[in-house]
Design a protein around this ligand. Sequence first.
Ligand code: TXA
Ligand code: MG
Length: 463
Amino acid sequence: MESSLAVMSHDTQILKVQVDNLGQIKYTSDRKTFNEEWQIDWNIDTIDYKNLSQAAYELKTSDVPVAFPTETVYGLGADATRSSAVRGIFEAKQRPSDNPLIVHFASLLQLRNFLKSNGGGLIPSIYESLIKKFWPGPLTIILPNPENSGLAPEVTAGLNTFGARIPQDVLALCLIKLAGVPLAAPSANSSTKPSPTNAEHVLEDLKSRITTILDGGPCSVGVESTVVNGLANPPSILRPGGVSLQQLRECPGWENVTTGYKDVPDSSQKPMAPGMKYRHYSPRAPVILYETGSKTPPPMDFLGKLAFSTSEPRKIGLIRTQSWPSLDGYGFPFLETPRNAPSALTHEKDFDQNIRNSKSNGEIKETTRQPNSDHQSEAFGSFNIRYFEICETQQSPLLVWEVKLGPEAKMIAQGLFSSLRQLDKYDVDYIIVEGIDANESGLADAIMNRLRKASHRRIFRHD
Ligand code: TXA
Ligand code: MG
């Protein structure tokens, strides 16, 4: 069910915030964590504080949500206690309103007080070990929603539970602190698109739908939080994310945690986490995912066929992760040593010109560029893109944009959504992705979950 409210047009601004300039943080426990409670002496004269205050003011007073960074993905936040503000999220995202939202808190004290003042009880003890280990961080826990809940009913989509998370990103924590209210926040993409991992991604999707995007740079994790339900026995994972199954199993009470989600829909079953039934994380171009396995062929056949055919498609995005070699190692008979060609991927006209100027038979061209060129080397989620042009006599060339993510799962996660978005910008007809072993450990489950949901077709070793 889509929101039927008319969408207003807004001027959208990106406000940069450097967290180091916000003020001096004072922890109330010796462990120097944000978990229990913390204070900050604001540097009120800085532009960073002014930008943060502007966002906090909007969260308190307006019904237009504010986008802000977390360590997982950018969130689209609203005061979780005000219905009109929460409805603004669904409106901006064009998200079906039967999909519940995660509520973000700045500290455990804020969460405890919130539960207490709304007639709720204590946080169930099963969560103690997880909270100690993973908060603040990429973990969302499902809690009972008290009867006289202070939460707007739109947050929970009518469920008697809600998802709570204390994020690790200091900018996010400071924003919640300054707004003084828990923030309901889904990922700040328009519904079905890959989640945003930098401020520009948010702008691409939500320009003129929201007023303010806080820019704290690229996200360090790159995939969403793990959602766990400890209210059932045995406890289960409702969505894989930044905290892995293996990490959860090391915690007392969570040794037998089960996976209560499916990467691909099973039409005969009712979804356990409400968001599971929707198309998700999808770029415009159809994604073809190669599942792992020793005999899995690299997409050489696929590309080979395309290169020698005259039919569409002629533009391909290729995402390499752990073992596929670069195109120049595939041994197409007509390849010559790749040459460096200037990249003009952000200047479409020059780019087309390059292609025209350089076309010749039996030739492959390559160009390399780093996206996010503002932050280059140490930026999370930056990856290498090479451009190949495979020409065969009398045929239009096959154009291939080759992205290298990884090989470590951490880097793959950081660049995953961003690379899908980037390939869409090159207007490719298909995106071919090298999957990784989901049982490996760490972030692999979350990565494969997102890729399977995004994919149009999956190829197995026996195909
Ligand atoms: O990393 C994240 O979790 C990001 C950042 C912004 O914090 N947020 C995020 O929110 O991914 P969203 O709304 O895109 O995903 C919320 C997930 C959905 O899968 C939803 O079904 C599940 O959490 N969820 C929320 N409340 C729930 C509940 N009461 N019971 C079961 N699942 C719930
Ligand atoms: Mg989302």
